[in-house]
Ligand binder design. Structure first.
Ligand SMILES: Nc1ncnc2c1ncn2[C@@H]1O[C@H](COP(=O)(O)OP(=O)(O)OP(=O)(O)O)[C@@H](O)[C@H]1O
Ligand SMILES: [Mg+2]
Length: 549
């Protein structure tokens, strides 16, 4: 991405970047440069003589957004800094708690999530009767955990929730409130474990009840910038209120039409009614969209027109226009893939559009790339999925993952094997988050995780180690068995067929290398270069990109 330094900012963006003296709200539609403006403001502030980098805090919601924001900021700074406060709300609260607990000689908070969290709840409610749920314990556990998260986002204590349930005379809610009460008692019992919601509520609680701590953190940040403010929930709103005081140094950016966390208690009214809490707030609207041409924006406008609140139309910067989007319906994923491949072939062969100017966007590469890759291959076009490696060759990626693990344990390779063996990607993603947060290696976290992944991770590593001294072609075949991908069922899909075909090619290559006395390392190298994520030099137009939205 072009560094934000070099962007020809519009007057309205510049006004937001240099704003001073009161709280600021930037309201604008998708792709209007909101994040660009916010990161430029961050860079502008820290380069002011009266501010240090540690004086500016930027908050957002997901790890992905936080790391993107960080790299967009770093890109604009003239020198390197070590102390960055660009975090998700949760990571930020974890940081505060770590510091505050450290002052009191307490250990850092430990995050309880996934199965461990379910187990805690199951254990604590074991001997309790739940009249409305009866024997439907699994359902109770599932709903109670969702409710616990929602309640914490809304700053509702178990007692408040129970009162609520009693007042409404709602037996189901009463059961859930009891489960929340027991869970919460167990969670805080050892003063070590936190769920994600608890990180926020505990920080808020401390700031509200301990004036010395409040004084330490309020005023600690001379500027607080929040991206995607439409997704804020009550707890996060309160946290900012506590930290920002009168809000003079608060800058928030948001788009009511993009509110995605309503199911989690987020309320965009915090954005639209901001002047209630911060009466002197100034508002800047960004009116130009830099991402798309007008015909695409017309479709987006039609979609968000049904939203109930006032909104501005998305307008393309410079009035750019192009072909209108079209909608094609297909009866199943294979027909859909064929229709996409046909259109791409027409664009490429007849209209001379280079393939690297064409992308296929999917909700998830794992879910939908296979048929599209197959259909493209059938019309003689190669594709590359967003993971980088050539996705027409799943088999060599499996073999590579196993082979690399034989010599060196790398998280990415282990994850690939675990997922292909059927591990839940969500559990793995959670482990990944935990590894980053706890600054541990993912392999350590995966092998220490209980109870689901640890045995699978260890078993996979043992199986991989057992391959070490087998002949190369046999290792190759066994690697794909280990990944659990060889089609053993009665029906063989087109994907299976492609997998087998490329496996045969790889085994032939392994035989070749073995006959010439080549090592596994040499074979890995050959596979890696054949599987290279970059097309060969001078051949950048030969690959259609398949990527997730
Ligand atoms: N003044 C500008 N001139 C040219 N390009 C710009 C300008 N401002 C922003 N952009 C570009 O527009 C694109 C969208 O910017 P950005 O991601 O900041 O938008 P956003 O409003 O935060 O989008 P979203 O609603 O998806 O969060 C980026 O590629 C950015 O570099
Ligand atoms: Mg943005």
């Amino acid at each position: 991405m072009k560094s934000e330094h070099d962007l020809p900012f519009t007057d309205e963006q510049r006004r937001a970047i240099h704003h001073d003296g009161s709280s600021l709200r930037i309201i604008a539609g998708a792709g209007t440069g909101k994040t660009a403006t916010l990161t430029a403001r961050f860079a502008h502030l820290v380069e002011r003589d009266d501010l240090q980098i540690g004086d500016v805090l930027a908050l957002t919601f997901t790890n992905k957004a936080a790391s993107e924001m960080k790299s967009r900021i770093i890109d604009q700074l003239d020198r390197s800094y070590s102390e960055f406060w660009v975090n998700t709300f949760h990571a930020f609260c974890q940081r505060i708690l770590r510091t505050e607990r450290g002052r009191q000689g307490l250990p850092a908070p430990r995050i309880l999530e996934g199965q461990a969290r379910r187990n805690l709840l199951k254990r604590t409610i074991e001997h309790q009767q739940f009249p409305a749920y009866g024997t439907r314990r699994t359902e109770l556990v599932r709903q109670a955990l969702v409710l616990v998260d929602r309640a914490k986002d809304e700053l509702l204590t178990p007692a408040a929730l129970l009162d609520n349930a009693n007042a409404q005379n709602d037996p189901q809610l009463q059961d859930l409130a009891v489960a929340y009460t027991l869970y919460q008692e167990a969670l805080v019992f050892g003063d070590r474990d936190f769920d994600w919601g608890e990180l926020q509520t505990r920080v808020i609680d401390t700031l509200e009840n301990d004036p010395a701590t409040l004084q330490r953190w309020r005023g600690r940040f001379k500027h607080i910038l929040v991206d995607e403010y439409q997704d804020i929930n009550r707890a996060q709103f309160r946290l900012i209120e506590l930290l920002a005081g009168n809000g003079r140094n608060l800058t928030v950016v948001g788009d009511v039409d993009q509110s995605v966390y309503a199911f989690r208690g987020a309320s965009h009214t915090f954005l639209s009614e901001m002047s209630r809490s911060y009466p002197d707030v100034e508002t800047v609207h960004l009116t130009r969209n830099f991402r798309s041409h007008q015909k695409i924006l017309d479709v987006a406008n039609a979609l968000i027109d049904v939203n109930p609140h006032d909104r501005q139309q998305l307008v393309a910067h410079d009035g750019r226009t192009g072909n209108p989007p079209t909608v094609t319906q297909a009866s199943d994923e294979h027909r859909e893939a064929e229709s996409i491949a046909r259109q791409i072939a027409r664009l490429h062969w007849i209209d001379d559009v280079p393939l690297d100017r064409i992308a296929v966007l999917l909700r998830s590469v794992q879910m939908g790339a296979g048929p599209i890759e197959g259909a493209l291959e059938a019309v003689g076009l190669r594709s590359s999925s967003a993971s980088g490696a050539d996705s027409t060759d799943e088999a060599s990626r499996d073999v590579l993952a196993v082979f690399r693990l034989i010599d060196e344990i790398k998280p990415g390779d282990l994850i690939r094997i675990l997922i292909s063996q059927g591990a839940d990607p969500v559990e793995i993603a959670a482990a990944q988050v935990r590894a980053t947060r706890e600054e541990q290696s993912l392999v350590d976290v995966l092998t220490a995780l209980d109870p689901l992944l640890a045995p699978a991770a260890r078993a996979a590593l043992d199986e991989v180690a057992a391959l070490k001294d087998r002949p190369l072609p046999e290792q190759t075949y066994e690697a794909t068995v280990l990944c659990g991908r060889l089609p053993l069922g009665e029906t063989v899909t087109r994907d299976d067929y492609r997998y087998m075909r490329s496996l045969r090619r790889i085994i032939e290559r392994a035989q070749d290398v073995a006959e010439r006395g080549g090592t596994r390392a040499a074979f890995i190298q050959a596979l890696e270069s054949a599987n290279s994520p970059l097309p060969e030099a001078g051949d950048t137009t030969s690959v259609v990109q398949i990527m997730t939205v």
